[in-house]
Design a protein around this ligand. Structure first.
Ligand code: NI
Length: 255
């Protein structure tokens, strides 16, 4: 099973789990059918790393922003400093930003404040957003309705009904390894229902490795398993699905 044109719209190659062999992994990916990767920063330091990777590897692009987990630790000055970096050529999105009421690593009031500030910033810069929404669907949707950014809700974990609302706002749905998990009823319903021009493939690597590799360090080549599962529920050809999702990624991120 080898595919071409794999575009991973959500990765964290800046993560320390890649410290020992990051360059090797990235070189190998490109040889193995991965044509594009967006590395998402989660705070100032990882955003700077994402930019560095995008400058080193032609097929890597960067999203920069403050993740809800990091919001409590982040300084408002960090947002100001990040603001100066969005003009870099390969920075294609504001992300990863959003709300996480599952872990609640940052107080919700601070999560909401950082999320909204970055939604406003994305609109000012005319950049798409990459959104993390875990168990915070209502607050996420309300802010999306208020600010109407372009972008994607990544690792979409809501119901098919919530997906419809996201799609109505003109946004994209990102699906990754979770669709292959045993309890994947909701993600598979969403995978079957998303219009083909609004679907993006992703990993969230090094996390979320799909079955049968669940638990191992994930990388973008593993999208093959995710794509096979999605193609199965959509009754379509796997390579055609991968091709279409790549077109969608290029369209959204203007690559
Ligand atoms: Ni992520």
């Amino acid at each position: 099973m080898t595919y071409r044109n794999i575009f991973d719209t959500h990765s964290h190659y800046d993560d320390e789990k890649f410290s020992a062999d990051r360059d090797e992994v990235l070189f190998r990916l490109h040889e193995n059918g991965v044509c594009g990767v967006i590395d998402c920063g989660c705070d100032k330091a990882s955003s700077l790393e994402a930019i560095k990777l995008s400058e080193k590897f032609g097929f890597v692009y960067a999203a920069i922003g403050v993740h809800p987990h990091e919001a409590a630790e982040a300084k408002h000055r960090d947002l100001e400093e990040l603001k100066t970096l969005y003009s870099k050529e390969k920075v294609v999105a504001v992300g990863e930003i959003g709300l996480d009421y599952h872990y609640d690593f940052s107080p919700r009031s601070i999560q909401l404040e950082f999320f909204e500030k970055q939604l406003i910033l994305a609109n000012e810069l005319s950049l798409p957003v990459i959104i993390h929404d875990r168990e915070a669907h209502e607050d996420t949707l309300n802010l999306l309705k208020k600010h109407r950014p372009r972008g994607v809700v990544h690792c979409f974990s809501g119901s098919a009904e919530t997906a419809k609302q996201v799609l109505r706002l003109g946004m994209y749905i990102g699906l990754g390894g979770a669709v292959t998990f045993k309890n994947a009823k909701k993600p598979l319903e969403v995978a079957a229902a998303v219009p083909e021009d609004r679907l993006l493939l992703e990993t969230d690597c090094p996390y979320m490795a799909p079955v049968p590799l669940r638990g191992s360090r994930c990388d973008s080549s593993m999208i093959a398993y995710t794509a096979e599962k999605i193609a199965q529920v959509r009754s379509c050809n796997v390579q055609e699905l991968i091709d279409r999702c790549r077109e969608n990624a290029k369209e959204l991120f203007k690559i």
